[in-house]
Design a binder for this molecule. Sequence first.
Ligand code: GLU
Length: 311
Amino acid sequence: MPATSPAYSQDAALPYIGRFAPTPSGYLHFGSLLAALASYLDAHHRQGTWLVRMEDLDLPRNKRGAAEHILATLAAFGMHPQGEVWVQSERQLLYQQQIQALIDQGHAYYCDCSRSDLSPYQGIYPGTCRDRNLPPAKDHAVRIRTDNSVDGHYSFIDRLQGHYSQHLPSELGDFVIRRRDGIVAYQLAVVMDDIAQGVTDVVRGADLLDSTPRQLHLYALLGVRPPRYLHTPLVVRQQGEKLSKRLGSKPLDPALASVTLYKALAALYQAPPAELHGAPPAEQLAWGAAHWDPSRLPVTREILQDQLPAV
Ligand code: GLU
């Protein structure tokens, strides 16, 4: 298996399919709007298709009404998905079947390690259950082997962040694709769905940069070429603190769409002209898509909120 799979970079002619894949654990706020907008503009700049997928597998974290708020707010901002909105909780059976296939192929195994068993290893799974051949059990996790690739290095060239690489066996070890509580892990579901939807380009926040090597490993196991990646900087209030729903960032008010969209274009360093201020969302989006240039973004994973370009 190749350690670095060729991405789509050689195939600029391939139809572009991008997506925004929110988790409905909170309402749409300014930070998630930036992720949505970057993926939308990148897709539309390329005359591609832009999809929305609801990543609601972590049921205990879902917030009532959040999925509806996200979709309604995107619509108020003029961002309409060009296809049905997929909902991951409706696809559970497919994920379970894929997990079973990975187990049958010897790529994955059951693991009954508890959090306290693993605490001495600082997040790097030591392979405890890899050769134990534990029988299926509802309350066991399922882990994917990372010792079975050529050299364990997973590298890619991010369109903004540049070269990024992880040596999975030593930096992470075998990782979970089904949690002990039975919930299918994000890493597997995102890869399966991006494959099923034919996604060629993933544009998302840089907090997911370090998930990408795990996802590349899954692409390699599933025998599918990975997409291109663009990880945009996260806006944070302080170093290490995400402008996120978890921190209770304010839900966006659809009535303020025009003003907020202008701010978002500016926060993505697209320097929208003053005339666009307060223009209807459709007009701002059309300008944004025509002029989209992600290389204007600073090459960094985090930007402090108060260092964003002034509007
Ligand atoms: N659902 C993930 C999140 O909201 C994003 C998935 C992705 O874009 O790959 O953090």
